[in-house]
Design a protein around this ligand. Structure first.
Ligand SMILES: [Zn+2]
Length: 393
């Protein structure tokens, strides 16, 4: 029997109309919780016929239970979202709610709970051998803290799913790899003193850039010292420099750690077209990264769960996740994105210059290049000093 890739189907989430109500209430669309972004990213594999591929099995996203959310989140926070999520309350600000990024809106508790249910099912399905690996585009809400919403994230599906996995399999170790352009602060925070969950985050770090954490010196505490790895990248970092850091830092630590499960948060917002960030990655890096992640999990015989995360250019994000899915599931990409999908993007007024799966890198101005390289060399040196010896490297 062919072992399949589970792809989590967001149709029930997409059927709710809270995000449409939210759009009507605000002058500007929410960059994350808006229908064009969710529809365009989901419809690319649908229109490409991926759902009918024999290597892919569709799994429904389901709501996480209160018990599951309690594996990480604070009960007063959960109750506030459950009871007052639609309208807000006097307590909203205490929990980071009712802000521009984390607004209260109709059914917000349900919108936030679906990704958690999916990530738990993804992890358990892989751990129990029901799927070869799993992909959930709408997970990866890595900024949510125990009792606080932040950066479009209400519940942290990564943390809850990894905690459930560790409760069930206490002897197994997890590598959490975060290549979203923003620091995976919520997930790092949850496992900061836990050597059984190694977190690695590659992210932009610059003046005023959200969330502002993720320095190489943040290495974990207590028994977890050396198990939080941060690779900050300067603005304008491109494919070559990013990939150099991946090979020099991520790969050796990964091989030394020998995880049983890899949980990869692959936000599409490090792409050069992302409107909220300043890195210069092209689809090539995502292609290379997906192939490498798959190869390493295969080599180490570990399970693999992939979640989406950020990405605020819906067209670029859709293509990135499609490239990743194609690699993870061993399903070739169609020669070009399907016409019906291009029409859907046009219906939402999204810019669509190139139709294919590659893009031309924007060359970083010569004067920036040495600065970027110097900053990265310094970061890699720090990580080699602070982290490598703990892993026998
Ligand atoms: Zn992000």
């Amino acid at each position: 029997m062919v072992q399949k890739t589970a792809l989590f189907n967001p149709e029930e989430l997409l059927r709710m109309d809270g995000i449409d109500e939210l759009r009507r209430m605000r002058a500007e669309p929410n960059p994350f919780w808006n229908r064009p972004r969710l529809e365009v990213t989901w419809q690319l594999p649908v229109q490409s016929g991926f759902l009918e591929q024999r290597h892919i099995t569709l799994e429904p996203m389901r709501l996480a239970t209160r018990d599951e959310l309690l594996s990480y989140h604070d009960i007063s926070y959960i109750e506030t979202l459950e009871l007052f999520g639609n309208t807000g309350s006097a307590f909203s600000s205490r929990f980071g709610l009712d802000t521009d990024e984390c607004p209260v809106f109709q059914d917000v508790h349900r919108y936030a709970s679906y990704p958690v249910g999916a990530s738990i099912d993804a992890v358990m399905g892989v751990a129990e051998g029901r799927f070869r690996n799993a992909v959930s585009f709408y997970g990866g809400l890595h900024h949510a803290m125990e009792d606080k919403a932040a950066g479009f994230c209400y519940y942290n599906d990564c943390v809850v799913a990894i905690k459930r996995f560790r409760e069930r399999f206490p002897n197994k170790r997890v590598l959490y790899l975060d290549t979203d352009v923003h620091h995976g602060d919520g997930t790092q925070d949850a496992f900061y003193s836990d050597p059984n969950v190694l977190t690695i985050s590659m992210h932009e770090l610059s003046m005023g850039f959200f969330p502002g954490t993720g320095q190489p010196e943040e290495t974990g505490e207590g028994e977890g010292k050396g198990y939080s790895v941060n690779i900050p990248l300067p603005p304008l970092t491109g494919d070559v420099e990013f990939w150099g850091a991946f090979e020099d830092v991520v790969v050796p630590i990964w091989l030394a750690y020998k995880p049983d499960l890899v949980f990869w948060e692959v936000g599409g917002d490090a792409h050069m077209k992302d409107p909220l960030a300043d890195l210069m990655l092209t689809y090539d890096t995502y292609q290379r990264m997906a192939a490498t992640v798959k190869q390493l999990t295969h080599l180490m015989n570990s399970g693999l769960v992939v979640v989406g995360g950020g990405g605020y250019d819906p067209v670029a994000t859709a293509k990135i996740w499609m490239v990743v899915l194609s690699n993870i599931a061993d399903v070739p990409l169609p020669p070009t994105p399907p016409l019906d999908w291009i029409k859907l993007c046009q219906k939402y007024g999204l810019e669509m210059k190139r139709g294919g799966w590659t893009d031309r890198p924007i060359r970083t101005e010569e004067e920036h290049y040495p600065k970027i390289m110097r900053a990265l060399d310094e970061t890699i040196k720090k990580i080699r000093d602070l982290i490598f010896p703990i892993h026998g490297l």
